[in-house]
Design a protein around this ligand. Structure first.
Ligand code: SAH
Length: 204
């Protein structure tokens, strides 16, 4: 079933062999809420705890492909959710730092990572809008929730050459890749539209 899912994702346009291999490897059914396991290998988003969603595999593959991860890269993920995207990044041998702001999901996914032996470098409960300044700079930052605007803090936490992959917009989001060219210069590319749950900012 994982092979079939990878084939579907490939047919939709994903080319990166390592990303497709990661989709073939990670057992998505284990990341689903009970009752939904039977749907895990459909290329669809599904509900998880705290009114959030496990992203559609195509979307996960799309964002991961844009990130162009190399082994050992230091990657920050905002919006851990079920941990599926985290597991894909770990499969690519990235050093992963991941942040979730819903306590219920944080606790649940934290236990799950421990049980399964998934080992992000850090799993933080908090507001990813601020990034993770104490661990910056990063080779890549991936935001898995829809951002009304690009959080400035994240730009400052990229290495020179580092990339931020972020869906930007309210109702619908444009997948956006920002690359840091120098201390002060950034390039911006825009890709297809997607629909994510919102990136929420904790205003305190
Ligand atoms: N990568 C996840 C996607 C989950 S949906 C998966 O495939 O399962 C997006 C997640 O972002 C939700 O869990 C939501 O709670 C979280 N989120 C939203 N705003 C956030 C913020 N400011 N900081 C950290 N996480 C946030």
């Amino acid at each position: 079933m994982r092979n079939q899912l990878a084939d579907v994702v490939e047919a939709k346009g994903i080319k990166d062999k390592k990303v497709l291999q990661a989709i073939r490897s990670v057992p998505r059914h284990l990341f689903m809420d009970s009752g939904f396991e039977g749907h895990a290998y459909q290329d669809k988003a599904f509900p998880i705890a705290a009114d959030q969603t496990i992203s559609q595999p195509y979307t996960v593959a799309y964002q991961t492909e844009l990130l162009e991860v190399s082994q050992g890269d230091k990657i920050l993920e905002i919006g851990t959710g079920s941990g599926y995207q985290t597991a894909i990044l770990l499969q690519l041998k990235a050093r992963v730092y991941t942040i979730e702001r819903q306590l219920e999901l944080f606790k649940k996914t934290n236990l799950f990572f421990k049980k399964m032996g998934y080992r992000p470098k850090k799993f933080v409960f908090g507001d990813g809008y601020k990034g993770l300044p104490e661990e910056a700079p990063f080779d890549g930052i991936i935001v898995t929730a829809g951002a009304p605007e690009i959080p400035k803090a994240l730009l400052g936490q990229l290495k020179i050459g580092g990339k931020l992959i972020i869906p930007v917009g309210e109702e619908e989001q444009v997948m956006t890749r920002i690359q840091r060219k120098s201390e002060k210069e950034f390039s911006k590319e825009e890709f297809g539209s997607f629909r994510f749950v919102p990136l929420l900012e904790d205003k305190n």
